[in-house]
Design a protein around this ligand. Structure first.
Ligand SMILES: [Zn+2]
Length: 212
């Protein structure tokens, strides 16, 4: 039976937790055996983010942001492709192929598997009421994942410490439970932290002047 207990947890989640807690791997998590001596602070990793801020400022002007819901789907896609190409240039991507707009799973805005294709959710781009800021964020985020993959493959000059951390992040990456208990599984995986930092920083910075 599923339902909500007094503290608000679903009963099924509690039994999941008990099952995970009973698993012996949970009692001996990998992070108790560190694989890195040094982890760089995130804020030193620009690698093209500042250029993306300028591109977002140039393409997603205040007028464009305000008129976004009134634009045709074709024009919104044109802007998406324009910004996407700019980000690919800013990150100096070696293997970028194209942005593909398609139906993704519920709650998924974008995907990238390091093969040069950037997938964007159709509802994010085609629903006029979806936020253009989130479009900027998602394109930057997924392009950044492409950059990370290329760094791991040795295609960009980044510090060895960054590359080593991202390589381990790739090895440990999982969106399967128990990621909620796992510092590097998904939510706090260094690849996700860096991609979120890239996408969210671009939005934060390029909209700075629009706020009072
Ligand atoms: Zn991501």
């Amino acid at each position: 039976m599923t339902g909500f207990s007094e503290c608000g947890f679903q009963e099924s989640s509690i039994s999941n937790f008990e099952r995970i807690a009973a698993n012996k791997d949970w009692h001996n998590p990998y992070w108790l055996a560190p694989k890195l001596d040094y982890i760089e602070p995130l804020d030193v990793r620009d690698y093209g983010i500042s250029k993306c801020i300028e591109s977002a400022k140039r393409i997603f002007t205040p007028e464009i942001l305000v008129q976004w819901p009134d634009f045709s789907q074709e024009y919104r896609i044109e802007l998406v492709q324009l910004y996407g190409q700019a980000v690919a240039d800013n990150f100096d991507l070696k293997d970028f192929k194209e942005i593909i707009i398609k139906d993704l799973g519920y709650g998924v805005n974008g995907e990238n598997y390091g093969d040069g294709y950037i997938y964007l959710s159709r509802s994010l781009v085609c629903d006029p009421m979806a936020s253009p800021l989130q479009v900027v964020d998602t394109i930057t985020h997924e392009m950044r994942h492409q950059f990370q993959s290329e760094c791991i493959e040795g295609k960009h000059k980044v510090p060895a410490a960054t590359c080593a951390e991202w390589k381990i992040g790739q090895d440990e990456y999982t969106d399967l439970p128990p990621f909620a208990f796992d510092p590097w599984g998904y939510k706090y995986n260094p690849l996700e932290l860096d991609a979120r930092y890239a996408g969210e920083t671009v939005v934060r910075e390029f909209t700075k002047e629009y706020r009072a």
